[in-house]
Design a protein around this ligand. Structure first.
Ligand code: NAP
Ligand code: ZN
Ligand code: ZN
Length: 349
């Protein structure tokens, strides 16, 4: 039996999000039904609902940083039980057969992963995300939230956390590595915490020094304002790895000059418009420009367990659903410390 969840959705690209309902499929044999407690606001939600990436399907309920509690499980579900504390991130399905899926990198599924919202599910329906009271997800795409992580501060880990954890692991952030993080927002603040916990020496490159005390407290050793022209000569060729979390275009040539020989700049930010790079910025001293998208399911569980073990979580501002539109404007203005999280109980009253 399908059910109805209360939700917040964008009716069109230009309109504010408003209260509505979404339909949730009947709980199938492999499905987990979840009562959502909290949903983080990712900058990708804003790019999507404002149609900056194209292919937005309206009405559109965003939300892919979901935490909550299991309310029902299908007959074949072995890994979860009613009452479990769980999370759902950016994907809810993939083909499960291609090389990427077999390698546990379902985010790079060769058939295309199924996104938690604004994507076509395997049943043909458009998926609707976590700004809603409930969701039904195949058990293979559900994460377990460790007991010592509260559901509100855990929610942003499901996208912001894994999106920076995965490239930090892949490019070997750890003792002896000099890691710079561009942008101290939702992704950026988790990148600082994870890189520091992995043992790397961390530098923040932010537009101003306004969040310097926070960045240092999170584990950075150096903090620079990119609005200060002195920053670029001071950091010349001084990083092994740069994680760019910025949601807008940057002059990448300028940042590639901050990489030491064999260093890599990893793009995780997804600005609306293309960015230019001069070949000369790459060839000498043999630096790489790379990209990375979220992480696989097993790696997401590893990240949650790592966060719990190291006492790390997202730093949040909790809001009611009526404040979503105002929060979007604040995120775009870089005025968030460091993630907005919607208290989904505000949709239940
Ligand atoms: P966010 O909270 O808005 O953080 C972005 C940060 O970038 C801001 O806090 C700000 O940091 C900096 N920034 C913003 N505008 C800037 C500008 N014009 N010039 C220089 N710096 C600027 O966003 P988020 O949720 O972390 O997401 C960041 C980006 O990653 C988005 O494009 C999002 O779509 C993308 N994303 C990608 C993946 C993936 O799988 N690759 C996953 C999630 C999100 P300061 O104030 O410190 O300067
Ligand atoms: Zn996201
Ligand atoms: Zn696949």
């Amino acid at each position: 039996m399908t059910t109805t969840a209360v939700a917040y959705a964008a009716p069109s690209a230009k309109a504010p999000l408003e209260k509505t309902t979404v339909s949730r499929r009947a709980v199938g044999p492999h499905d987990v039904a979840i009562d959502i407690a909290f949903a983080g606001i990712c900058h990708s939600d804003i790019h999507t609902v404002r149609d900056e990436w194209g292919e937005a399907h309206y009405p559109l309920t965003p939300g892919h940083e979901i935490s909550g509690v299991v309310t029902a499980v299908g007959g074949s579900v072995a890994s979860f039980a009613v009452g479990d504390r769980v999370g759902v991130g950016v994907m809810v399905d993939s083909c499960r057969q291609c090389d990427a899926c077999a390698d546990g990198e379902e985010q790079y599924c060769e058939q295309g992963m199924v996104g938690t919202y604004n994507d076509r599910g395997r049943d043909g329906d458009i998926t609707q995300g976590g700004y809603s009271t409930a969701i039904v997800v195949d058990e293979n795409y559900v994460l377990r939230i460790p007991d010592n992580l509260d559901l509100d501060v855990a929610a942003p880990l499901l996208c912001a956390g894994i999106t920076v954890y995965s490239p930090l692991k892949h490019w070997g952030a750890g003792t002896g590595k000099r890691v710079a993080v561009i942008g101290l927002g939702g992704l950026g603040h988790m990148a600082v915490k994870f890189a520091a916990a992995m043992g790397a020496e961390v530098t923040v490159l932010s537009q101003s020094l306004s969040k310097k005390q926070d960045g240092l407290r999170m584990g950075a050793t150096h903090y620079y304002a990119t609005s200060d022209p002195e920053t670029f000569p001071a950091c010349h060729r001084s990083f092994d790895l740069i994680i760019n979390t910025v949601s807008a275009n940057l002059n990448l040539d300028t940042y590639l000059k901050l990489l030491a020989r064999n260093g890599t700049l990893v793009e995780v930010g997804l600005p609306e418009h293309p960015m230019d790079v001069k070949a000369g910025s790459l060839i000498n001293p043999r630096v790489s420009l790379a990209g990375s998208m979220i992480g696989g399911i097993a790696e997401t569980q590893e990240m949650l367990d790592f966060a719990a073990q190291h006492g790390l979580a997202s730093e949040i501002e909790t809001i009611d659903a009526e404040q979503i539109n105002e929060a979007y404007d604040r995120v775009v203005a870089s005025d968030v410390r460091f993630r907005f999280v919607i208290d989904i109980d505000s949709l239940r009253n």
